[in-house]
Design a protein around this ligand. Structure first.
Ligand code: DGL
Length: 282
């Protein structure tokens, strides 16, 4: 495996590599690209193996290492783990395997934003089953605010609903009420005031979630907040692109490219041309 970009590659600014289990990480790409318009991105969606959120930590770590290795081989200057599940379980393995490449995940950024947003210190995290099981958000939040109370809720069905394009309507609201009911009790009883959208699919359910929780609960999108960490890391390492015309972003998918382009557009908030998507085998 080639870990160091070749001299020929260094003459061309390298893209930021970003991966997720599927199209959900495009919500993260959207937020980062809005903050860093001069940067180019190479996105990999491991659609053939989605969901990661119900898999064991061992499987998710193996998948994450394979996805990252593929991006590194193509030449990237930084790796963004745009999947909460992979960030929650595989960050130490990724950082060790690809050092000195900077590796940034969404969990630390989400925890930081939650601690900043919450007055009461009572924070809820909505995530996948694997993310909740590993307790990474709780640890990251408590490392920043020792007296924080963290309430975690796995919302696995949200992923399937969003993949189907169902983000609003009575059925989605009924599922959200079922998942969020215990959280509403915490809100009334203990002043829960901040909710972390700890899964890349959940920002698309923002409106429905707020309908259930009430607008006084602050929603934190870990994708949006990671953009700041990335900007800072690029500056520190002198890797930032200076303003100028950048090329098109490129997309890799481990399953059908046509579906990736069609469904992915909803997550990215912009059309994805089929010619910009390549199907790859990890
Ligand atoms: N990308 C995953 C995450 O952010 C959600 C989808 C999945 O379960 O793979 O946790």
């Amino acid at each position: 495996m080639t870990r160091t970009p070749s001299p020929a590659r260094e003459r061309v600014p390298l893209p930021i590599g970003i991966f997720d289990s599927g199209v959900g990480g495009l919500t993260v790409l959207r937020a980062i690209a809005a903050r860093l318009p001069a940067e180019q991105f190479l996105y990999l969606g491991d659609t053939a193996r989605l969901p990661y959120g119900t898999k064991s930590a061992e499987s998710v770590t193996r998948y994450a290492l394979q996805a990252a290795a593929h991006l590194v081989e193509r030449g990237i200057k930084m790796l963004v783990v745009a999947c909460n599940t992979a960030s929650a379980v595989a960050m130490p393995a990724l950082a060790a395997e690809f050092a000195p490449l900077p590796v940034v995940g969404v969990v630390e950024a989400g925890a930081e934003a939650a601690v900043r947003a919450s007055h009461s210190g009572h924070i809820a995290v909505l995530a996948t089953e694997s993310t909740v099981r590993g307790g990474a958000y709780e640890r990251a939040i408590r490392a920043r605010r020792a007296d924080a109370r963290v309430f975690s809720q796995a919302c696995s069905l949200f992923v399937a609903l969003v993949e189907e394009g169902w983000t609003q309507g009575p059925l989605v609201e009924a599922v959200a009420r079922e998942y969020l009911q215990p959280l509403l009790t915490e809100k009334t009883r203990d002043g829960l005031d901040c909710l972390v959208l700890g899964c890349t699919h959940f920002p698309l359910l923002r409106k429905t979630i707020l309908q259930v929780t009430g607008a006084e609960v602050m929603l934190v999108d870990s994708g949006e907040t990671v953009a700041r960490t990335i900007a800072e890391t690029l500056e520190q390492r002198q890797l930032a692109c200076v303003a100028g015309a950048r090329g098109r972003h490129r997309f890799l998918a481990t399953d059908d490219a046509e579906r990736f382009a069609r469904v992915g557009g909803r997550f990215l908030g912009a059309e994805i041309a089929l010619t910009d998507v390549e199907q790859v085998d990890l």
